[in-house]
Design a protein around this ligand. Sequence first.
Ligand code: ATP
Ligand code: MG
Length: 566
Amino acid sequence: MSEKNLSEAGTPIKKNFIDLQIEQDLAEGKNNKRVHTRFPPEPNGYLHIGHAKSICLNFGTAEKYGGKTNLRFDDTNPSKEETEYVESIKEDVHWLGFDWEDRLYYASDYFDKLYEFAIQLIKKGKAYVDGQDAGTISSQKGTPTRPGTESPFRNSSVDENLDLFQRMKNGEFNEGAYVLRAKIDMASPNMHMRDPIIYRIMKAYHHRTGDKWCIYPMYDFAHGQSDYWEGITHSICTLEFEVHRPLYDWFIGQLQEADYRPRQIEFARLNLSYTVMSKRKLLELVKDGHVNGWDDPRMPTISGLRRRGYTPESIRNFAEKIGITKVDGMIDVSLLEHSIREHLNKTAQRVMGVLNPLKVVITNYPENQEEELEAVNNPEDESMGKRKVPFSKVLYIEHDDFMEDPPRKFFRLAPGREVRLRYAYFVTCNDVVKDENGQITELHCTCDPASKGGNSPDGRKVKATLHWVSAKHAIKSEVRLYDRLFNDEDPQGHKDIDFKEFMNKDSLKILDECYLEPFVKGAVPFSLFQFERLGYFNIDPDTTGGNMVFNRTVPLRDAWQKQKNK
Ligand code: ATP
Ligand code: MG
């Protein structure tokens, strides 16, 4: 294999069908050997993990071939678009690690040019103004096997059309009174070629052009030309646009100056199990208060994943792992969870934290004594060093780590049993203290001073190692545990049942009395940790002053790895 086919790490770079197409175009010397892609979101919601796949693909492919990538907002529908979305999209693309440099565009940048192009089409007899209502126009469309019916407006004169289109633009008509249609072929087997609407009247304020326009181009009319005017060589898009391709080509063919054609290449969109991905549905969850905003850590949005503790690296690795195909399928959400575990296992600072505290008093440890014990910051990465963890007479352990009357397979703490407290001592439970309701309130244990550091003094073995926190040094925190937002593998795949019916009522659990070792004090929002034995957690931006709030990113148990090892 030649060096060029190896990544920095020396592993072979997998080539997908888009790479192969680009390489063929380069070999043929097309577009002066330029590679130029774009990511074209509509600013009508926050980006989700599906968009991340498209971002990684567009920016990643251009990077591979020394090309460029534009960010272009497809803002042709003013009624659904907001600047808040524009800002969030820019933030998310940057956060993922990609940069459009000075190539930020808006479809609205081309409104004048598109208008001029529409006039040209009318003058060439390739477009006409239709005064029928939407219902009538759609009833004339025909079916894929039956040709459509021509509109009575189809053969109006150029002058009549120019006059009506001008007056549409001047705001003389109500919304819906007239549309401009391309005059192509009402009998085409491709429904998109049956005189598609290219302009409609919308008396809406536009986030960039304000009240300048009351007619707006349709997405299909703006998209291909925007690609062309930006010099895009490869328009990578999802499969549903494959049938629009002939229409895009037809428009470019009508452009007077057209000297090249962006090549459209389609790939299958990402579907994730237990997740809904359409922006309309995500908007519904936000607007109706089913989640706490677009960046709710349960959301599949990039901002939600970021708040949850996902790193850009983990998302890019996920996109790389799933690859691209030409057939729609469903990716198991546990693969996404596997990607963040894989990254955090290598990078996350380990700390000890107790989520459901049970008080432990070490009866043979002096009242006012404290000491600092040495703990490893990350066993996967020695360079992360060690830290000191304070130990004292009163501690917390996890409630689940003790059973008064343990079944045979429970090896953790129980009356009369010895276990190891990680990095600290061997301790033996002697007494169980209960309140008047019979609830366990604390345990009395003794420690073996000769086992300091958690090492066996005489070779004797214990069957469990528990995490713990010194009560007087502990940082009391809130911890939010998340589960999947939906109970069903494909919540939008049920024909007559609304996707919200499948929402998991227990997707958020808040624990408000958790104890963390003091190391976490002062750590800023988005800092990531592994709580030993429990999972990966990050600091939520709701953290204020001394009130720390943590999110559980993922538990340690890796369903994906387990499946693979089977
Ligand atoms: P949604 O269907 O979620 O509302 P959309 O396709 O309307 O998404 P756009 O803003 O138009 O959203 O998408 C921008 C780009 O992201 C498009 O090129 C689109 O093909 C791509 N994209 C959208 N959803 C996915 C997905 N699930 N997987 C891969 N790419 C996607
Ligand atoms: Mg879209």
